[in-house]
Every structure is written in C-alpha cells, then in structure tokens.
Write a protein that binds this ligand. Structure first.
Ligand SMILES: [Fe+2]
Length: 337
C-alpha cells in the first residue's frame, strides 16, 4: 500500500432503495379522482377534504401518489425511500455538505410515513426522503377489485434540467447507476438512473427546468395500455398525448397522457433488469432516431415544451432556466430530436 494517500473522510452516502411517490397539486379533486382512480386504476388508501393518498395493485405501502387540492397545478415533491432510519441522517449530512437546505419533518406530520428529510436539491427539486412507510393491503391478486389500466406501482420520475451533466454527477454521487444515456460529442443530453434494478428511478433530460416532465407508473401488460387508449378515445377526452409505442431507450412499451390539470403520466411496461454489479451503460447517439420511438412514431410538439412547475420547500413556484449552452439538437425529455 506504499505510495497511496491515506483515505480522506467522506460524507456517508445514504442507501436509497427506490423512487417512492410524487406529490402533485391538482385544482379539482373530483376530476383528479375520475382520471387517476377510475381511468389509470389507482386505489384509495386514505383521503381527507383536500388530499388523496393512492396506491397501485403491487404496492404494499400506503401510497405511491399524493394528490392535493390547490389553486395552481404543480409538483409539490418527489419521494425517495431509504433502507434504514439512519440513512435519513446520511441524507441530511450529504446534502448539507453541499449547501442544500434540509428540513426534518417529524413522524406524524404526514400521513402514511415516518420522519422525513425534505431536501432542496442543488437543481431546485423538492425531494422527500423517508424510511418508514405504513403498510397497506397489497391488491395484486384481488383481480375482483382491479379496474381501469390496473396500475401496479411507481416506476420512475422524469425531471427536466438545464444541465444534465451536473445533475448526473450529483445523482451518481448519491449511488445511482446509469442504465442508458443519450450523448453527442462532448454533450450529455439525457441519463436514465436507477437504484432499484430496473432501467430507472429518475431520468434526467435536458430542457427548461427545474420541471417535472412526467411520472411513469408500471402496468402488468401492454394490453392494459391498449385498453386504456381505447377507453380514453371512446370517452372523447383530450387526455391522450403520445403513443402507444415502443421506446428505444428502456425498450419499454408506453403511452403518455395528460391529466385534467396537465400533469403528464406515462403508463409503462416491460423494461429490463439492471441489478448486476457490472451492468453496462447503453449509450445512444443523438443521431440515432430509434432512441425516441423504436417504430419511428412521430412526437407531438407539446412533448418538447410543456412540463410541470416545481414548488420549493416553502410552497412557492420555482423559477426556471433554459440550458446555458444547449446542444445543437433540440432534445427534450426522453432524448427526442
Ligand atoms: Fe418515462
């Protein structure tokens, strides 16, 4: 070991398990209920006059989606679950070492979860870290209760950021692996990053931000997605935005919808395992059109321009910024050219 510098003390890295929920502000709870419960297929775990806590059929915990009544649609927070209670202290140390504000929320202050660390991450996202979540009955085999698109669980959260390389470095330091990227010469356009052994928990895509581009929920089969598209079309609702189609990135089958407040949800199925310790990163060229839709399907303009605003730790809408030095190709979320 001669010739090597002694190890320097480093801030402990919290053991993040997975993306756990999104917390969205909606303007009309009845309309939101009709979309998210009746159509997408969520089950109600709890409700009060202003809030719905919802879970999918594969969830054994209290919620994977929170809908709160408010005046302006926005993303209030994203939730990440950590392995132990001690990891919450590591969350605080990790972020405070980087100059981030961290608010500790004691147990009992939010329904269904134990103590939380609410973090103002370096890119303007409000991230809630939690270990304890109350259990709820898992409805996976209660086919008699399934309805709508039979949503199973949260799969991923897609964030629009002006500087993907900086955000990628931060989440790499937090222990995330990188399953796929879209790259050009000397420019990282997008990265798909995971803690659970799937393609991603968080996607980082270049664009005006911080904004929530979409939240991806998993359904069991592609037939759920086709059925959902038929039902929405038959109702003549303006909620279908893009797809159904097959992604190049992630290889998943997908459909994008906008809820009555404009929140974008991806209904998603059949990506792949990434849990091997030496899992290789699949790097797509910005010049490869198959990355966006493997079948060559067209993409609607709203995809490139519309995303949801973010609330800061005090509930104020975050200002956003465009990429400082955007690439030559307008990429947009999911690496679309
Ligand atoms: Fe997605």
């Amino acid at each position: 070991m001669t010739g090597q510098a002694p190890p320097t003390p480093t801030t402990p890295v919290p053991d993040i398990v997975r993306a756990a929920w999104v917390d969205l502000v909606v303007t009309d709870l009845d309309r939101a209920r009709a979309f998210w419960i009746d159509l997408i297929g969520f089950h109600e775990t709890a409700a009060d006059a202003d809030t719905l806590w919802l879970r999918g059929t594969a969830d054994s915990v209290h919620h994977s989606l929170i809908l709160r009544r408010g005046t302006t649609p926005a993303c209030r927070a994203i939730g990440l679950r950590v392995r132990s209670d001690a990891d919450l202290d590591a969350v605080r140390a990790f972020h405070e070492a980087r100059g981030c504000r961290v608010d500790e929320i004691p147990a009992g202050h939010q329904r269904g979860v134990g103590r939380m660390m609410r973090v103002d991450d370096p890119f303007g996202f409000t991230v809630e870290y939690v270990h304890h979540m109350d259990h709820a009955e898992r409805l996976l085999m209660r086919w008699d209760l399934h309805h709508g698109a039979e949503v199973a669980r949260l799969d991923h959260i897609n964030l629009s950021v002006p500087d993907v390389a900086a955000a990628h470095a931060h989440y790499t330091a937090l222990g995330f692996g990188t399953s796929e990227t879209i790259e050009g010469p000397d420019h990282l356009y997008a990265a798909w990053m995971y803690r659970k052994p799937s393609v991603h928990d968080i996607a980082l895509t270049e664009g005006n931000g911080p904004r929530l581009h979409h939240v991806g929920y998993a359904v069991p089969e592609s037939s759920n997605i086709l059925r959902l598209a038929d039902i929405v079309a038959a109702r003549d609702e303006p909620w279908l935005e893009r797809g159904p189609g097959r992604h190049g990135v992630s290889a998943a089958f997908y459909l994008y919808l906008r809820d009555p407040d404009g929140h974008r949800v991806e209904v998603y199925t059949t990506d792949y395992f990434t849990g091997d310790p030496d899992h290789p990163t699949l790097r797509w060229s910005i010049d490869d059109p198959r990355r966006r839709d493997f079948w060559g399907g067209a993409v609607v303009p709203s995809w490139y321009t519309e995303a949801m605003e973010i609330l800061d730790l005090d509930g104020r809408v975050r200002p956003t910024a465009d990429p400082a030095a955007p690439g030559e190709v307008v990429v947009g979320a999911d690496g679309l050219g």
